[in-house]
Design a protein around this ligand. Sequence first.
Ligand code: SF4
Length: 203
Amino acid sequence: MSGRVYRVKEMVYTIQGEGSNTGTVVVLCRFEGCNLSCSYCDTDFEGTDGPGGGVFPDAGSLVWRALKTWKGPASSRTVLCTGGEPLLQLDRALLETFHREGFRVLLETNGTMRPPPGVDFLCVSPKNGAMPVVEKGDELKVPFRIDEFPDLERYLELDFTYFYLQPVWGSDYGKNLERVVEYCLAHPRWRLSLQTQRFTGLP
Ligand code: SF4
C-alpha cells in the first residue's frame, strides 16, 4: 500500500499522437498538477474534472478505472502516464499495480524528477533548454520554438534511443516547423515529431 491519493485530470481511451509511439492505442492517464509553468503550455492539467478524471484513494482504484477504460484485448493493455508532471504522483506502488494487471506503462515526463524503476517506455521532454535529471531512457523529445533555440548538441551526449524535435504549436507554428525540418535535415540524429492529435482531434 502506498497510502497516497492519486489525482487525475482525465483518463481516456485514445491514440498516442506524438513521438515514436505515434499511432499506439493507449489509456491516456493525465495526472493533475505540474512543477513547471512553461510560457507556451496549452495543457489543462488543473483539477480532476476531465473525462474519466477523479480522485483515487489508492493505486488499485486508479488501475481498476484504467482497466474499465481499456477497450482492446488484455494482451495489448497500454497506459500512457502524462500530465502536467506525472512523476509528482506516479510511484512504485502504482507502477507495480499497472504491471500486475498486464499494462505496459509509457511515461512522458519533463525530466525534472526521477521515475520509479521498471517503466516500460520512458519519454523525457525537457523544457526551456534545461538538462534533464534523467540521463537515460527511450526517447528524448525537445519542444522547439523559433525564438528560443536550445543547445541541442549537449542532449546527444545523453543515453536515449531516439531524439525528437517537436515544433511548438501556436501562432509561430509554421516558422517553428520550418526550422525543425531544416535542423533535422542537417542533423539526422534528430527526428521530427508532429503532434498528430492537432489534426485527428483526439486527446
Ligand atoms: S512541463 Fe509540460 S505540462 Fe508542465 S507547464 Fe511545461 S508544458 Fe505544461
